[in-house]
Design a protein around this ligand. Sequence first.
Ligand code: SF4
Ligand code: MG
Length: 324
Amino acid sequence: STPLLEVNGLKKYFPIRSGVFGRKTGEVKAVDDVSFSVMPGEILGIVGESGCGKSTTGKSILRLIEPTDGEVKFEDRNILELPKGEMRKLRRDMQIIFQDPYASLNPRHTVEKIISEPLLVHGMKNSKERKERVRELLEVVGLNGYHATRYPHQFSGGQRQRIGIARALANNPKLIICDEPVSALDVSVQAQILNLMEELREQFHLTYIFIAHDLSVVKHISDRVGVMYLGRMVELTTKEKLYEDPKHPYTKALLSAVPEPDPDIKKERIILKGDVPNPQNPPTGCAFHTRCPLAMDICKEIRPEFAPVEDHHFVACHLYNDKQ
Ligand code: SF4
Ligand code: MG
């Protein structure tokens, strides 16, 4: 079958300006040549430390920020070439859920108004119809009609995220980009929201891109997982392969930090030296070479291609594709 979404060579460079005239003095390559596709009904996890470009990737796909270059095909149309009006229509089909539901819900609006808004924008003019739809959506996410007249501050973090999800579902989207939707929540609440999201996927045949900074969060929910480092995708494969047979040294280090529930399994924690380098001035060659325990001479010079090492398993590392 054909992918719902195809991202090819996506780039988002932010200019760095300085001085009184705001002259451009450099740029941050927040997303630098990222490619992947998402099949209908799939959950693709995207993982990486803060500043790796995962959120920028999500926002660029929806054109909440305009990408610098590349192609984003949704149902075979390159949405980066769509005029604004067409893009607005397409927004029905593509939604985003943010990390901090509180920041994304207008505190002065009732839940009713918050969830009604996208309905109104996309043409549901009848207020009685909207009211009914809001109540239906609240029930779908485990709240009820009684909550409609309340304000965001009257809810817990988990409930607020349910409101955010209800709003995202309002116009029956096909794709939802979930940008760290549980990162701000308590661990017990995280599981409830993840379960809800899985149920909703089944119920409404949704496709998710699930962004997280932690491999343990996406393990449960993803079909495939991509790992990003300093604006690039460094590994992408099925969940099984990624967790059982990771190839990229960065993925291995991230995985070694995931707590192991089985106490009989002893894991050696791989501690990376140094911090993530400044994205304004990324290392040459493989951007991970300054922290990689296995770095070789070539790694400082030549950027490894993101290439398949076996079926459905892409890695950007000279240990695996050093024949370039
Ligand atoms: Fe490490 Fe070199 Fe592979 Fe980069 S290319 S991850 S530095 S071994
Ligand atoms: Mg982010």
